[in-house]
Design a binder for this molecule. Structure first.
Ligand code: NAG
Ligand code: NAG
Length: 579
């Protein structure tokens, strides 16, 4: 906490002591905030049914004020049979009773806006639930819904029986063609069979989905996060098999067995995005507030950045997660390389972003241990670009263990008892740990939808906020405020010392203090000289990951000692200051 006070003092002094300050560039709200992902089922339960809900979120908005977060993104809360936990939507413009109702959304938006917090919602365009009225009408060939989904007669086998049209595989593994006995045709589903894919080649579908965006814009949301954009559109001629990928060790059942040339990232996606952007811009023209769009897209930087031309503000950058991602053994150099993928590939005038975890991937503490939480938050919050924090990262939450019998996630269940742990997303979705009370303050139910991590007695928000020793949440909130300083908000980033242990960088902009961020991601103690990349020989500690002797706030930049998982943010004291 002491260091926080110090950084504020530093800011004031530096504003006073520099005569000319470079004009602040015209940054949009989504460039200056942290985006915090709320997984509504697991955030806060207000009615004791063991599942988080909107009223629960509303009751906890001051958490974001404390953290210094100015935008929240909510995973789906729409009407859904919950076969894929809300990503199977049966009404895009209604709230599932499990989470509340539309009035709760209105209240949530109002309460957020009062606190200067923007609200981003999930938009799931690639499919609906099979219980969606559109699909039910489509089965019966009721217009205009007959061609709302991807239907086919398939092929005729030698015995006259119908067989599927091709060899495509589902993202969760296995079959994508499901025979419907009533309509006597197959329909396509890239995910579970209860999630039929919409047919974006039908302009009426495009219209309907545009109306969904318009509905939420009218409700007052500030932006959308588009789910699974990769799988939006399939090739027109579906009677084509996808070739094998020949990836080693992948069984024929698994998605990666094939090379998805006919089902993934088709150029037609761009037109759909442009359409959504146009709907959002109509609202912006009325009130001058920019509506934000971020898309979920797992592919190369070239491919994700191509969407920038069609109205996307940020294509989520998952380089820290995959395909290489941060691994248990990644040291300073490897982490620099992952960070550099984003900076090296970014088109001119585009804005970087970084994501450390989400509801589909392993938590960083799973990969790197609980002790590393501070080091990774320090990295995420001091890089140049918009960071996305997955709920729980602010306290260094760890993954739970879930037995096969208790597994909820269809992706895990699909792979059976032997392999479910490789795929199940339950472990990273456990309830947020609020305090050391009953069920960690998440719910009053005796069985939450997923168990609370047994470490909640010590690892929880309340305990960390009250801690006398620097805790992850205190560091998080301190770094979130530091990000508001020009050097961090829009200053340049230069790499400094990079080796097997250390990844370090300088953040600076004209007329502002120069900062050095250095983190030991390696396995051994490191002593390094940073003086060749900074304008001074001494640095003042502005933030640290803990275990530093705070008595000694000035550090000699020619021999900084860092143990594994330790990191520092230093203000470089210019040679002139020392005189
Ligand atoms: C979704 O729910 C709203 C509110 O209940 C209703 O007015 C609307 O018709 C529903 N939409 C569909 C496609 O069923
Ligand atoms: C990458 C991915 O699969 N993202 C989402 C896409 O939609 C599915 C099915 O709705 C979700 O389960 C995923 O989270």
């Amino acid at each position: 906490m002491r260091a926080l006070g110090n950084s504020v003092v530093t800011l004031c002094l530096s504003l006073l002591s520099f005569g000319h300050i470079q004009a602040k560039p015209d940054l949009k709200w989504w460039q200056t905030t942290i985006v915090y992902q709320i997984y509504p089922r697991s955030f806060k339960d207000s009615d004791g049914d063991g599942v988080g809900d909107l009223k629960g979120i509303i009751s906890k908005l001051d958490h974001f004020v404390y953290l210094g977060v100015q935008a929240i993104w909510l995973s789906p809360f729409y009407k859904s049979p919950n076969k894929d936990f809300g990503y199977d939507i049966s009404n895009h413009t209604d709230v599932d009773p499990l989470f509340g109702d539309l009035d709760d959304v209105t209240e949530l938006i109002e309460e957020c806006h009062k606190r200067d917090i923007k609200v981003i919602i999930d938009f799931v365009p690639n499919h609906t639930s099979d219980l969606h009225p559109w699909f039910q009408a489509s089965i019966k060939k009721q217009e205009p819904y007959t061609d709302f989904y991807v239907w086919t007669d398939g092929k005729t086998g030698p015995d006259g029986a119908r067989t599927k049209p091709n060899n495509w595989l589902g993202v969760f593994g296995g079959e994508v063609w499901k025979w419907n006995d009533e309509r006597k045709q197959f329909y396509y589903h890239a995910f579970v069979e209860e999630q039929p894919d919409l047919n974006y080649r039908n302009p009426k579908v495009v219209d309907e989905m545009n109306k969904v965006i318009d509905f939420w814009m009218k409700m007052g949301v500030d932006g959308i996060r588009v789910d699974a954009i990769t799988n939006l559109i399939e090739t027109e001629d579906i009677f084509q098999d996808e070739p094998r990928s020949y990836k080693p060790g992948v069984p024929p059942f698994q998605y990666e067995y094939l090379d998805h040339i006919y089902t993934s990232n088709l150029p037609e996606i761009r037109g759909a995005i442009r359409g959504w952007r146009n709907v959002m811009d109509k609202h912006s023209q009325k009130d001058g507030l920019e509506r934000f769009m971020v898309v979920e897209f797992y592919d190369t930087p070239e491919k994700r950045n191509a969407y920038l031309d069609y109205g996307v503000h940020l294509p989520f950058n998952f380089d820290l997660i995959e395909p290489i991602g941060i691994r248990p053994e990644s040291g300073g150099r490897q982490i620099r390389d992952l960070v550099d993928i984003e900076y090296a590939n970014l088109p001119q005038n585009s804005w970087p972003n970084f994501v450390m975890g989400n509801h589909d991937r392993k938590r960083i503490t799973k990969k790197r241990g609980a002790r590393a939480a501070n080091a990774f938050n320090m990295l995420l919050l001091t890089l140049k670009g918009t960071p996305t924090t997955y709920y729980g990262e602010e306290i260094g939450m760890e993954e739970i263990h879930v037995s096969f019998e208790d597994t909820q996630d269809p992706w895990g269940l699909n792979y059976g008892k032997e392999r479910y742990e490789e795929f199940s997303r339950d472990p990273c979705r456990s309830p947020l740990q609020w305090n050391d009370g009953y069920q960690s303050g998440f719910t009053t139910a005796n069985k939450p939808w997923l168990p609370v991590h047994p470490n909640y007695k010590t690892l929880n928000i309340q305990t960390q906020m009250a801690s006398n020793d620097l805790s992850p949440i205190q560091l998080y909130s301190q770094l979130a405020r530091l990000r508001q300083e020009p050097s961090f908000q829009y200053g340049d980033l230069f790499y400094s010392v990079v080796n097997d242990n250390i990844f370090s960088y300088v953040r600076q902009t004209e007329g502002q203090p120069q900062y050095l961020v250095t983190i030991n991601f390696g396995k051994s103690k490191s002593i390094d000289d940073y003086t060749s990349s900074v304008n001074g020989r001494e640095g003042k500690v502005i933030a640290h990951t803990g275990n530093f002797n705070e008595q000694n706030m000035k550090i000699d930049l020619s021999k900084i000692v860092l143990k594994p998982d330790q990191g520092l943010v230093l203000e470089v004291l210019s040679n002139k200051d020392e005189l």
